[in-house]
Write a protein that binds this ligand. Structure first.
Ligand code: 5GP
Ligand code: ZN
Length: 112
């Protein structure tokens, strides 16, 4: 398995968990773009949101966003941003589904 987030989820690459349960892991981004920059991912490999389809996957998506929102509230009392880059034009560089949680500064719009 060449997927770096699968290796992190399996403990093969160390990354202290900010949150972990039997389905979902959150870690700090290695290249933070805000004072708080977390990545919330499923332990199971899915390439991105476009690769999900059935009801189980919808439940997983809801879980990811629930965890991401909880972390956003904790780290960004004044607001936060959840981002899911998808595909090349979407800016996705790691092909393992994840939600970015950005907080700790005012965000601009539109994104680059
Ligand atoms: P994407 O570009 O796919 O939306 O987001 C991938 C994110 O993963 C990037 O923000 C990048 O900094 C982060 N990242 C890439 N490799 C690693 C790693 O080995 N450890 C951690 N913690 N983050 C990583
Ligand atoms: Zn993976």
């Amino acid at each position: 398995m060449e997927c770096i987030f699968c290796k992190i989820a399996a403990g093969e690459i160390p990354a202290p968990p900010v949150y972990r349960d039997d389905e979902v892991l959150a870690i700090a981004d290695i290249n933070p773009q805000a004072p708080t920059h977390l990545l919330v991912m499923p332990l199971a490999h899915h390439a991105n949101i476009g690769a999900l389809s059935d009801a189980d996957d919808a439940a997983l998506t809801a879980k990811l966003f629930a965890v991401a929102s909880q972390l956003g509230r904790q780290h960004g009392p004044g607001g936060y941003r959840l981002v899911m880059n998808t595909g090349g034009d979407g800016g996705q560089t790691v092909d393992h589904l994840h939600v970015h949680v950005l907080a700790g500064r005012a965000m601009s719009w539109p994104p680059g």
